[in-house]
Design a protein around this ligand. Sequence first.
Ligand code: ATP
Length: 331
Amino acid sequence: MKVVVRELGKIYRSFGRTVRALSGVNASIEEGEFFVLLGPSGCGKTTFLNLLAGLEKPTEGEIWFDTDLVASARKNFSLPPQKRNVAMVFQSYALYPHMTVFENISFPLKMRKTAKQEIRETVTKVAESLGISHLLEAKPRELSGGEKQRVAIARALVRRPNLFLLDEPLSSLDAKLRASTRTELKTIQRKFGVTTVYVTHDQVEAMSLGDRIGVMREGKIEQVGTPEEIYDHPANPFVASFIGNPPMNLIAGEIIRESGRYQFVSEDIKVDIPPEVLEASKIQEPGSVILGFRPETVTLSHPGEGKECINAEVVVVETLGKEKVVHLRVG
Ligand code: ATP
């Protein structure tokens, strides 16, 4: 199922406080796509998911599932969650503690009054593809975090949702389990082909999972693109500094033209701007700019050795095993 949102906005009004959680959000999520919403805490990610699930009503704009309008602020209309066939998995897996894994997974089917035989077949199949068949008789308290998470995903998948919404589902796992569950999640999503929206503030998760990423800030989507597009061609300094660890270096300065050559100058730096960089930046006139460069594109050399150099002092070297992060002070 394809999801389209147009000029989507949400204003919360409670106890005399007005919060604009989302404004003017436009996005189109393709059939079967793994779409990741990435942004800092409080930027409106959960609000976006809640609007798609129907748990909140938009105060502006509209939401379409294929050719069906499911919410419209203008028409004061919002299709209730139970009519949207959307499944949501939260950070807290919210499993029923007194039920076995089998009972937990089969619960949505039981609520739909599905025949017993069909429930057994569906649960067995989904459990198999998630590698939790051996746990079907266990209770949630006997499971590890990663296993609980897979049970929660299985419970969401047996409903055969048209849309799968995940809200930071890995954040309570340790680093190793996070990495392996991430890979699994991507494999499962591919296998089931369900259109998925995944919310996180973790850029590694976003880069590794997303077919495309929407980078959010203060209720707005700043850029939508594939991980490569976002990394190599960030739309603005916020996206540039939010993606990448260590982040992109951003230095404010000016482009000047001196004897036919374009140069970047700031207080302590003066470097030639290669023609291809200038062309890619679409800058035509001298003026104020922000120079951005990824740490891994910088080469270090001893004083007097390199050309096109910026003089800098090494402040700290962090050894991370496969790489070293060198902190430099310029000026
Ligand atoms: P986090 O990553 O911390 O979960 P988020 O990006 O998911 O954050 P939201 O939970 O969508 O952000 O919140 C966006 C803004 O809306 C915040 O300023 C929050 O305080 C506010 N907000 C969210 N829900 C409500 C509500 N029910 N009533 C009033 N304000 C709310």
